[in-house]
Design a protein around this ligand. Structure first.
Ligand SMILES: C[S@@+](CC[C@H](N)C(=O)[O-])C[C@H]1O[C@@H](n2cnc3c(N)ncnc32)[C@H](O)[C@@H]1O
Length: 556
């Protein structure tokens, strides 16, 4: 994979195309990309046992130096590169089980032992694997599990909306003059309220996440990822996600996965994913689909009218398609180049080429891809991680939430869902806001975003916000006493910070520095709680598969 290919294409564009022709019609970009096919068209990297062995050996070296994260990454790569039916697959799973055993993750180790046994693990090494299996069971029996009791998933913890059970009651969609659609509170909410728990409609992680996240639900699920049998860049948390992804989108990507990774910036592939996801919802009827996309571009939609909790995929697609996107000049240039490169690459897939075989279809495909690119760069909720990867997710309600540098809520992508939790008290009439990149009160000129930020900190009323911030009075003695009592209390840390936010807010301490610090810490603790719960239910889920015949049906 060569992510530098798209950079080379951009540089060549700058050299060859005069500045004044930037943002010309997409046809110019298409012709430019076609002339420079050689810059981006690398041969497809196929499954390769030799590569699987090298990755596994690199994983073993990292493991022996106790570098578990890099070791896991290499083992996952090894599993993804192993040729179907080869013993390299079993060996990769076996190594992953050894790593989890070392980490005291006995359920994850057991699950990988099971995968190894089912995927040609070599006979001669089997006694070692079986000994590890016995050890895992013994450790679990001795009470060394990190927690595999099924946990209640974090869910709406206030009254739910009767028609939209994934959303709290008392939240409406409204139109804001300078931000477009947004969510507004119809009654008060408090810190700790979980107000949205929505299934992700579509997601894509950047290729840095290929070996750590499920390509379908986005869950960070490194313990049990299974490979796509056809390519070396997509892995899944189980057969269910793998099959669903292939049916809806991946059948278009699989044959050109390497080329796609060469032309994908950050999480931009979500653009093409939305296009092909839409095509699937239109049952592959190209003419109907292209006509629809074209006729209904940028028409306001009504996400609240969907039939929740499981809206019809076609209706959900239409809602996502009907957004009014941003038109940021710099982004538009990058988008046009990416979209033209995507089209060129996708048409190298015989399936796509045979479906879009007329010049008119191809032209309409290009323009629809651009349309979807604009929608995605406006709507997708992006989560960046400290390993340099990105995860972008789309769903009808969560993508309505606007950004603020002084957010009152936070969104968490969690195993195929987007959850929104309230960070500080929200009063009736307040807009519900999250921080897209985690910023806290650091007003900026909007340059980091595709739009000019008009939030309470940066927007036209910013002066008022800053004045209030400057003139914050000291914390009252009563609030001080309450805070110190709270600090002493023996309750979970996350709950403690939730109470502290409430005390400070009641004391009128927003937007004081201390308030900001406490909210930020509360946000981080909540994120950690979401992660831990997710891990615990993964353990429970995998144990169920190991124990029951469910294994044969649902896992790889
Ligand atoms: C995830 S969508 C939110 C829903 C969007 N308002 C709509 O009508 O579809 C993100 C887009 O909303 C707008 N937006 C969100 N927060 C904003 C802010 N603080 N200032 C200006 N525009 C904002 C931008 O156009 C941004 O690309």
């Amino acid at each position: 994979m060569d992510p530098a290919a798209i950079d080379a294409l951009l540089r060549r564009f700058d050299q060859e195309v005069p500045l004044c022709r930037r943002n010309a019609d997409i046809a110019l970009y298409r012709d430019f990309v076609a002339r420079h096919d050689q810059l981006i068209s690398a041969p497809e990297v196929a499954k390769d046992d030799g590569m699987a062995i090298r990755c596994r050996q690199a994983g073993n070296r990292a493991f022996s130096c106790l570098q578990f994260e890099p070791a896991l990454g290499q083992y996952n790569r090894s599993i993804c590169f192993a040729e179907p039916g080869s013993e390299q697959l079993g060996l990769g799973f076996g190594c992953r089980s050894a790593l989890y055993f070392e980490l005291g993750e006995y359920e994850f180790a057991l699950y990988n032992i099971e995968l190894a046994k089912r995927h040609n693990y070599p006979e001669k090494l089997l006694p070692k694997l079986l000994a590890r299996e016995a050890n895992c069971k013994e450790r679990i029996d001795e009470g060394h599990s990190k927690g595999a009791v099924p946990v209640l998933k974090l869910d709406i913890n206030v009254d739910a909306n009767r028609c939209i059970p994934i959303l709290a009651n008392g939240i409406d969609m409204t139109q804001y003059e300078d931000m477009g659609r947004g969510l507004v509170a119809v009654h008060d909410f408090n810190a700790g309220d979980l107000i949205l728990n929505e299934k992700i409609e579509l997601c894509f992680g950047s290729f840095e996440r290929s070996y750590s996240n499920c390509a379908h639900c986005g869950a960070e699920f490194r313990s049990s990822l299974i490979p796509c049998p056809g390519c070396v860049a997509f892995m899944y948390c189980g057969k269910k996600c793998r099959n669903e992804d292939f049916r809806t989108v991946h059948r278009f990507e699989c044959a050109v996965a390497t080329k796609l990774s060469n032309v994908t910036y950050a999480n931009m592939l979500i653009t093409a994913r939305l296009f092909f996801h839409g095509l699937t919802t239109f049952k592959d009827n190209i003419t109907e689909y292209l006509n629809y996309c074209w006729s209904y571009a940028a028409i306001g939609s009504k996400p609240f009218d969907l039939d929740f909790p499981n809206p019809d995929p076609l209706d959900a697609f239409k809602v996502l398609h009907h957004a009014t996107p941003n038109r940021n000049r710099t982004m538009e240039h990058l988008l046009k180049l990416s979209v033209a490169a995507f089209q060129l690459v996708f048409l190298k897939n015989p399936l796509v080429a045979s479906m879009f075989y007329t010049a008119a279809h191809r032209n309409a495909m290009l323009r629809c891809l651009l349309l979807h690119g604009r929608v995605c760069s406006s709507l997708a909720l992006n989560q960046e991680d400290d390993r340099g990867g990105w995860l972008g997710a789309l769903s009808p309600i969560a993508t309505l939430v606007n950004h603020s540098c002084d957010p009152n809520a936070a969104a968490f992508v969690d195993s195929g869902t987007i959850k929104i939790a309230v960070l500080r008290p929200i009063q009736r009439g307040d807009q519900i806001s999250i921080a897209y990149p985690p910023v806290w009160w650091n007003a900026h000129d909007g340059s980091e975003q595709a739009f000019l930020c008009k939030c309470a900190v940066c927007g036209p009323d910013g002066a008022q916000w800053h004045e209030a911030h400057q003139q914050m009075s000291p914390i009252s003695p009563e609030a001080k006493r309450e805070l110190s009592e709270k600090i002493e209390e023996q309750i979970p840390l996350c709950e403690k910070f939730q109470h502290m936010v409430q005390i400070l807010a009641r004391d009128g301490h927003h937007p004081g520095e201390m308030f900001g610090e406490v909210v930020k810490r509360y946000h981080d603790l909540l994120a950690e709680e979401v992660r831990q719960r997710s891990e615990q239910s993964d353990r429970a889920r995998l144990m169920l598969r190991v124990k029951g015949d469910v294994f044969g049906q649902r896992s790889g």
